[in-house]
Design a binder for this molecule. Structure first.
Ligand code: ADP
Ligand code: G6P
Length: 456
């Protein structure tokens, strides 16, 4: 019988923030097993140590990042080194010694705080790229607990890893976990490639990797959404989320404003669609893109670029009663979002690189199966590995996206239904509840792996 579950993530869900599928799924596991969720509080609390927040049937312990930690660990190494590196934007990587030092020191401080609350039987589930050194730090502090990582973003290519200040340390950080969970089979292959290139690693038949005196399993667990909850949200959502200003026919896009989402390509493709294919048709592109990490220069630039592009395309095509691109630069409530998805004829996901992309799954679940809209999906989003019946596009090819828009808006009902049914099956197979259960079962099973040893 495993002990408590300790979830660690950079962001801790706070009261008032809308609970995403991940938070809900983990909340259920924590409630069932008992446990603790530990994470940085965005704007509150004492400077030292962990402090309790909110009332849940399990504990939530937050810590506060100092200004210097926020700059070096969060904005710096996490979001100006690892994020661009893992998303194939090495050109945006900002290598600075203080970023790497702040990242290592903040993880070390967090490990020391976790060590004060973890008990020997507890299982520790770490989330995402902010916390890669955590298992290694916890091992240094003498903790022998089962510790798993789930990386929500793509695993980088081997060649890109050599950009890091200390690639061997990166491999050691990862090898200190018992289970490395990745989004896709392609991510798993890249992670194993990294270990294969490392003379310290040996491989076992069951796919686990021996590294020093530890054994680490590497496996994909494609993340999903809370399917039933989101479906009922869409079915009962506001029937007029546009408050009387609903466009007659629209395509939806929903993304944090991030340079990985291919938004300029999407806007240009929509412009090309209007020019080459639309004829007398007047669809709208409704793009909801809330600001994200705006202090980082690359995010500032993409914000400006999009404002300029939407202005130019609207200037070229708008008429007195039609604005082609409605660009909304803020978050919207989830129940309204579900209604906006449901009313759309198509959804565009044009990520240049993306761990999974949950928007693709939310759109599919929100559709009316009798008259569903069409998902246009980048081949470079993790979701495309299983959702092969979406209209798959090359997001770098504006002409390809424009053609897919035309195809989506003219697709016959029987083909829309068939594609929707197949996409829906893929989404149901990865429901976030199943995802949590499967990951935790695999983490639990890790203990036995030390006795496997048949060398390949
Ligand atoms: P990422 O994790 O890179 O932001 P995902 O597509 O995997 O991308 O997840 C984004 C999540 O944020 C989805 O659940 C989506 O509904 C939500 N979201 C994105 N933009 C908005 C918005 N403007 N308003 C409300 N929710 C949003
Ligand atoms: C992605 C990352 C998450 C992160 C989220 C929002 O989904 O995988 O770890 O929390 O973006 O980004 P932010 O920097 O605002 O936490």
């Amino acid at each position: 019988m495993p002990g408590r579950l300790i979830v660690v993530s950079n962001r801790i869900p706070t009261e008032g923030a809308s609970a995403g599928g991940l938070a809900v799924a983990l909340h259920d596991s924590l409630r069932e097993r008992g446990g603790i969720w530990i994470g940085a509080h965005p704007d509150d609390g004492p400077e030292e140590g962990l402090f309790e927040i909110g009332s849940e049937p399990y504990q939530r312990l937050a810590f506060r990042l100092s200004r210097a930690e926020y700059d070096s660990y969060y904005l710096g190494f996490s979001n100006s080194v690892l994020w661009p590196l893992c998303h194939r934007r090495s050109d945006l990587v900002q290598l600075r010694p203080d970023y790497a030092e702040g990242y290592v020191a903040t993880n070390r401080r967090l490990a020391e705080m976790i060590a004060t609350v973890a008990e020997p039987e507890d299982q520790i589930w770490v989330h995402d790229y902010h916390l890669l050194p955590l298992a290694s730090d916890l091992r240094d502090l003498g903790l022998d607990n089962k510790i798993g990582l789930f990386l929500h973003i793509p695993f980088p290519a081997l060649a890109d890893l050599s950009i890091l200040p200390d690639p061997p340390a990166f491999a050691l950080w990862l090898a200190s976990f018992d289970l490395l969970g990745l989004q896709t089979r392609a991510d798993t292959a890249r992670c194993l490639e990294m270990f294969r290139s490392d003379p310290r690693a040996e491989f076992f038949q069951d796919g686990s990797v021996k590294f020093g005196d530890r054994l680490v399993r590497v496996k994909s667990f494609p993340i999903g959404i809370a399917v039933d909850a989101f479906r009922s949200l869409a079915e009962t959502s506001d029937s007029d989320p546009f408050g009387g200003e609903r466009p007659q026919e629209y395509i939806i896009g929903v993304d944090r404003l991030d340079y990985t989402k291919g938004l300029p390509h999407r806007f240009r493709a929509f412009g090309e669609y209007l020019q080459r294919y639309a004829g007398t048709r007047r669809p709208c592109l409704v793009q909801v893109a809330p600001p994200s990490r705006e202090v980082v220069e690359a995010y500032r630039q993409i914000t400006e670029e999009l404002e300029e592009l939407s202005g130019r395309i609207n200037g070229q095509h708008a008429e007195l009663d039609w604005t082609p691109i409605r660009y909304i630069h803020r978050p919207i409530a989830r129940n309204r979002l579900a209604g906006v998805y449901r009313g759309a004829r198509a959804c565009m996901v044009t990520s240049l690189a993306d761990g999974m992309n949950l928007v693709a799954k939310e759109f599919v679940v929100a559709q009316d199966p009798d008259d569903p809209g069409v998902l246009i999906l980048s081949r470079f989003a993790g979701a495309a590995e299983d959702m092969t019946d979406a209209l798959l596009i090359n997001p770098y090819d504006v002409g390809d996206i424009a053609q897919a828009i035309d195809r989506a808006l003219n697709m016959p009902l029987h083909e829309r239904r068939e594609r929707h049914r197949a996409c829906m099956a893929a989404v149901e197979a990865t429901d976030v509840g199943t995802w949590t259960t499967q990951y935790l079962a695999a983490l639990d099973a890790c203990a036995g792996t030390l006795s496997v040893p048949t060398l390949l």
